[in-house]
Design a protein around this ligand. Sequence first.
Ligand code: CMP
Length: 139
Amino acid sequence: MANNRTFTMLKPDSIENGNIGNIISMITEAGFSIKAMKFTRLSEQQAKEFYAVHSERPFYNELVEYMTSGPIIAAILEKNNAVEDFRTLIGNTDPSLAEKNTIRAKYAESKGRNAVHGSDSDENARIESEFHFSSSEIF
Ligand code: CMP
């Protein structure tokens, strides 16, 4: 996969709070195009595997419980410099520290219920995309 793609999830709080449309508009208005997208719900096993890197952190169980609490939207996005530009668009993990007009400043509730995920490297973008999508689902 080219290094101008990133992977995102709209987390359960975004769906619960009715923010799907507003967040997708912010993403496309920022110049990202959607290469794959699905509405789904993570199983406990999938959430544990996806966040395995955090398994020793004190918030791991809470994170898995939250990410399986309702549906999510998973997507692959394309743009020049996608990974870095998307992390700028979403803002700090902690919404109280996120820059104004970022997705998390506008829509996240807390550090845990923080509206969106964005890959932190090209390598993780590829791994995370392949975790959620088969090649026939990517356009
Ligand atoms: P994200 O960066 O998408 O992936 C790791 C997630 O762990 C992060 O979003 C938060 O949802 C969650 N997280 C990070 N730090 C904390 C924390 N201190 N308390 C609860 N959840 C956290």
